[in-house]
Design a protein around this ligand. Structure first.
Ligand SMILES: NC(=O)c1ccc[n+]([C@@H]2O[C@H](COP(=O)([O-])OP(=O)(O)OC[C@H]3O[C@@H](n4cnc5c(N)ncnc54)[C@H](OP(=O)(O)O)[C@@H]3O)[C@@H](O)[C@H]2O)c1
Length: 379
């Protein structure tokens, strides 16, 4: 059965190559931009793909919201299954596309959009049918994990490890989506929708790693702590909580052993207990493997179920002690459990505080031109 591929970049080439050796599936036409049809299998017309009766499914791996959204809708309208790796598209239009897929009796799957090669959503979609998912999340951005790991292992500063990540192809020329936590947030949106039938679309708390310094990392290390960028999600009354922030872990935590650009996705099932999945969250073949895995599961798996609705995230009930490094003249805004002066700053651990409150305090300080780094402290 032929699979058309939209986009022939990093992931698209990987999907094409994997389909050449995949029992039961084979690569079909590949959509490229006009003027780039340098091989017979490359086409530049989406109409040619949706009107091709031999095309059974479409893999959307071109990225962006438009025209990806219109092309996916065209494919679904034409009765083709669709698999996508595009988290931005699914976060923005996933519910509507899943509804269209249901009406047409085809599948709309997107494992690769959350965790790359790690089979997180795939497992979560199955688990959510039979177990109550108490919480989910983990390390869902490999770029920031690489950077935090390198800062700790090599004592380098933020700017140096960012350049290193860019040179290795882990970070894009514009790294904002990764380092600001937006990429991780989009992934937790999708995971909450799959596990709880609730797609959080606002009300988030999001803190990336842009304000971390080598001095911060040296201080965590002196305290025996390791920093990771963590996404957290779970049920919160009629809604869900969903947030991204740096977290400090003691040496025996599994998060500390997640090095380089690896991902670690977790969920906690009422019956299954804690399930941890470790693997490559990005890259040509890991991501292509998730796309092809979904293609092999067409018809037997549903990710956005009919009950799925958009909600406002509610993080008010999530409370942590935080490590805070802040300008000395702003330190009075926090209730420090212990702290010490460090040049013009104060650093230490503050009493437990709700996630939205901590994020708001930091935003206010930055808007006033002040400097702050914070990370939740895991017991
Ligand atoms: N790379 C990863 O490790 C990874 C991991 C997880 C998820 N993803 C997701 O997978 C998707 C693809 O990522 P990627 O890294 O493969 O991106 P990429 O290397 O930039 O490839 C995208 C390809 O799509 C083509 N394209 C874009 N718009 C098009 C259009 N309108 N018509 C025809 N072709 C078009 C691009 O062509 P041009 O070069 O001509 O623009 C390019 O060849 C994204 O949604 C990304 O977030 C990627």
């Amino acid at each position: 059965m032929k699979v058309a591929i939209l986009g022939f970049g990093t992931v698209g080439v990987g999907v094409y190559e994997m389909l050449e050796n995949c029992a039961g599936l084979e690569p079909g036409p590949v959509l490229v931009r006009p003027g780039k049809e340098d091989k017979p299998f490359k086409v530049s017309s989406m109409e040619a793909i949706v009107n091709d009766p031999e095309v059974y499914a479409v893999a959307e791996v071109m990225g962006g919201i438009e025209p990806a959204n219109s092309y996916v809708a065209m494919a679904l309208e034409a009765g083709k299954h669709v698999v996508t790796s595009n988290k931005a598209l699914v976060a923005a239009h996933g519910i509507e596309l899943a509804e269209l897929a249901r009406r047409k009796g085809v599948s709309f799957l997107f494992s690769a959009a959350c965790g790359g090669g790690v089979p997180f959503l795939h497992n979560l979609a199955i688990a959510a049918q039979s177990d109550k998912i108490l919480s989910l999340g983990g390390i869902l951005n490999g770029t920031t994990n690489f950077m935090l790991d390198a800062m700790q292992a090599e004592g380098k500063d933020y700017g140096d490890v960012l350049k290193q990540a860019q040179a290795l192809g882990y970070a894009e020329a514009d790294p904002t989506a990764d380092v600001s936590g937006l990429d991780a947030l989009r992934k937790i949106m999708l995971a909450c929708a799959v596990a709880y039938d609730k797609l959080p679309v606002d009300g988030f708390s999001r803190e990336g790693i842009e304000s971390i310094t080598a001095a911060d990392v040296a201080d965590f290390q002196a305290r025996g702590l390791t920093c990771r960028l963590i996404t957290s999600g779970g049920p919160a009354g009629a809604s869900v909580y969903a947030y991204v922030e740096p977290v400090l872990f003691p040496a025996n935590a599994p998060e500390c052993s997640v090095v380089k650009n690896f991902n670690m996705a977790k969920y906690n099932g009422e019956n299954a207990g804690a399930i941890v999945l470790l693997g490559q969250g990005a890259g040509r073949y890991p991501t292509a493997s998730a796309v092809v895995r979904d293609l092999c599961g067409l018809g037997s798996l549903e990710m956005f179920r009919p009950a799925c609705v958009k909600v406002r995230a509610n993080n008010a009930g999530c409370v942590h002690p935080y490590y805070v490094r802040v300008d000395a003249d702003k330190a009075g805004r926090f209730s420090f459990r212990e702290c010490r002066a460090d040049g013009d700053s104060v650093r230490g651990v503050v009493e437990p505080i709700a996630v939205p409150q901590m994020h708001k305090l930091a935003n206010d300080i930055r808007q006033e031109g002040g400097s702050i780094f914070f990370a939740a402290v895991e017991a």
